[in-house]
Design a protein around this ligand. Structure first.
Ligand code: SAM
Length: 205
């Protein structure tokens, strides 16, 4: 998976590649889809939600440039896989999940792996999580019409936020880097994510 789907497509951050090699993706995917865990695809995890494609997980992780002393916020815990990758790379991961049953799944999966530096919060991640702010990196793993303003406020100066921004069906992967004067926005190509539902995201429908 790492050689053929990730390194060959231009991800060179060696810490990210090592984390992707070490975390067993099949443990985060319920049957019968777990047999396809190392294919280049998002897969269903129940409750209408998905675990993201491995290449996109690696790309989003590399884009926030994770450092060992960093504190990172993820919006959309899903299976817990992205949080597990991040937890190998940074000091503390806070991940928020809107659907309680999905948060339970993430918790069960992360217990199997035995990682300690992850807090799983149930709630609306479009508001962020001020109690653990500020964050050096913020990753939104669901599609948002625009970047929720509270998340920008919770980013450090120099911090990077990555998110799929656009319509409910198709989005562009965006990074925002916060500086003293505001934010610098860059685009990293087209993606498809399930919608971010919440106060600063899409309405539930
Ligand atoms: N990062 C996950 C993983 O590694 O498996 C995949 C995330 S899945 C593509 C998107 C997740 O975002 C879903 O589990 C969904 O319930 C969650 N979500 C949607 N809106 C949310 C919100 N406002 N706050 C927190 N989670 C939300």
């Amino acid at each position: 998976m790492v050689e053929h789907q990730i390194r060959s497509r231009g991800i060179t951050n060696s810490r990210v590649l090592t984390a992707m090699r070490e975390i067993p993706r099949h443990l985060f995917i319920p049957p019968p889809y777990n047999t396809s865990a190392y294919e280049d695809a998002p897969l269903p995890i129940g409750n209408g939600q998905t675990i993201s494609q491995p290449y996109i997980v690696a790309l989003m992780t590399a884009l926030i440039d994770p450092l060992p002393e960093d504190r990172v916020l993820e919006i959309g815990a899903g299976s817990g896989y992205q949080a597990a990758i991040l937890s190998m790379l940074v000091q503390q991961v806070t991940t928020i999940e809107r659907i309680p049953a999905v948060a339970d799944l993430a918790r069960e999966n992360l217990v199997k792996i035995g990682l300690q530096n992850i807090s799983i919060i149930v709630g609306d991640g479009t508001r962020g999580y001020p109690d653990h702010a500020p964050y050096d990196g913020i990753m939104i793993t669901a599609a948002t019409p625009e970047i929720p303003p509270p998340l920008i406020d919770q980013l450090t100066i120099g911090g990077i936020l990555v998110a799929p921004v656009g319509g409910r069906e198709i989005q562009e992967l965006i990074t925002l880097t916060r500086n003293e004067n505001g934010v610098v926005r860059s685009s990293h190509g087209g993606v498809r994510f399930v919608p971010l539902i919440g106060e600063h995201g899409w309405a539930d429908s």
